[in-house]
Design a protein around this ligand. Sequence first.
Ligand code: G3H
Ligand code: ZN
Length: 288
Amino acid sequence: MMSLRDVLKRAEVNKVAIGHFNFSDLVAFNAIVAAARDQELPVMVGVSEGEREFTGVQQAAALVRAIRDEYNYPIFLNADHTHSIAHAEEAAKAGFDEIIFDGSALPFEENIKQTKKAIEAIKSINPAILVEGEIGWIGASSAVIDKVPEGVGVLTTPEEARQFVDATKVDVLAPAVGNMHGMLASMVHGNVQKRLNIERIAEIKASAKIFMTLHGGSGTNDDDFKRAIKAGMTIVHVNTEIRIAWRRGVEAGLAAEPNEVAPYKILTPAVEAVKKVVSSRLALFSSK
Ligand code: G3H
Ligand code: ZN
């Protein structure tokens, strides 16, 4: 079984990206696994602090382990947007492959200080875990939002990126490059798409020289995705699109079977809806 680091190295060389999809339940988890297995692609699944409070930290790790063991499948688990050292340590002990220590809301120097502490704590539990750090503000929630959150839109500079990477020694960097967490209603309707600063991505990659993650993937222009991956993004996160598909699928399942009480029958359209989103994103991120 290849390690996450090796899978990322290979993707970086081939100028493709590994899709990272969040889940809160078995509907989304099984849909993500089915989509990845259909295309025989490595995949990352993530649980934020809120998501893993719902799934359970050990339970999320056990789900991923079960797929790995049963199919010898390259699926990797990320502790998404972790804000405290205690939560990072909990995920490290549970066997997560990657932990994102998200200090992006802190002043830059404090972010460096906290991220360094987190890395020390995580690597002392398991040095093989990849630690991702975040700089720049891109908003905080994978939700349908009314307006662009204040402060979003300021791009990370190549100098900041290098300074952060040199000082912290993170394995993966998440910069702000025009991306944003969540979707405006206009993005859900498809009238507006997120646009990325490709030139800046290439400059940051040249300066930071490490793996980079594009957060806030939902609602991004397809061509920008492709160009961002070519310019140096090796992981792409998608969540809001999955949550919307999940909700629509659940609503469709309930509407189709008003008298049904078996969850696995009601929830089948939700699995299909999430699988469709993940399949199309995986195909895009892996195409050359
Ligand atoms: O970490 C999660 C992602 O960055 C999700 O962003 O909800 O805009 O797709 P998104
Ligand atoms: Zn994110």
